[in-house]
Design a protein around this ligand. Structure first.
Ligand SMILES: [Cu+2]
Length: 150
């Protein structure tokens, strides 16, 4: 699934937002800094404190997990309601694992059932539309160990 590239300014969402806000709040800031902060304020006028976009809080399997039994599902837990727009599971050096279709909805958590997975290295790539409208994505690598018969 193709997801459009982030709009201009998306990359600066988390990084650029705090400093002008801090400048505006600091009582001793210079006039020049204050004016720049004022000019930037309309862009930052979001009803959210930090102005950062949504993020993945945790996942099951966790990133970097080494599993002795194949996971039956992937769980994604976000810090706020987001729309999961894509989830792709790929075996490293191998094929993409087909996943069930989901309705796109706003939720803080998503659970995706997995087909039986063979031992190997996997990468789950997720994409969301953040609550501030920005696309955000990440990768969860995990490994399934071959089962050892006693
Ligand atoms: Cu954002």
């Amino acid at each position: 699934m193709q997801v459009p590239s982030p709009p201009k300014g998306a990359a600066g969402c988390g990084a650029a937002a705090p400093s002008p806000q801090r400048a505006a709040a600091a009582p001793g800031s210079t006039r020049a800094t204050g004016r720049r902060a004022l000019l930037l304020l309309p862009l930052l006028a979001a009803p959210r404190p930090a102005g950062a976009h949504s993020e993945l809080r945790r996942s099951v399997p966790a990133a970097g997990a080494v599993l002795t039994t194949p996971p039956e599902r992937i769980e994604l837990h976000f810090n706020e309601r987001v729309q999961l727009t894509a989830l792709r599971l790929r075996r490293v050096g191998g094929e993409e694992i087909p996943l069930p279709r989901r309705a796109i909805r706003a939720a803080t958590a998503e659970t995706i059932a997995l087909p039986p997975l063979a031992p190997g290295e996997y990468r789950a790539e997720w994409r969301i539309i953040s609550q501030d409208g920005h696309p955000v994505g990440g990768v969860i690598p995990f490994r399934i160990e071959p089962s050892r018969s006693p």
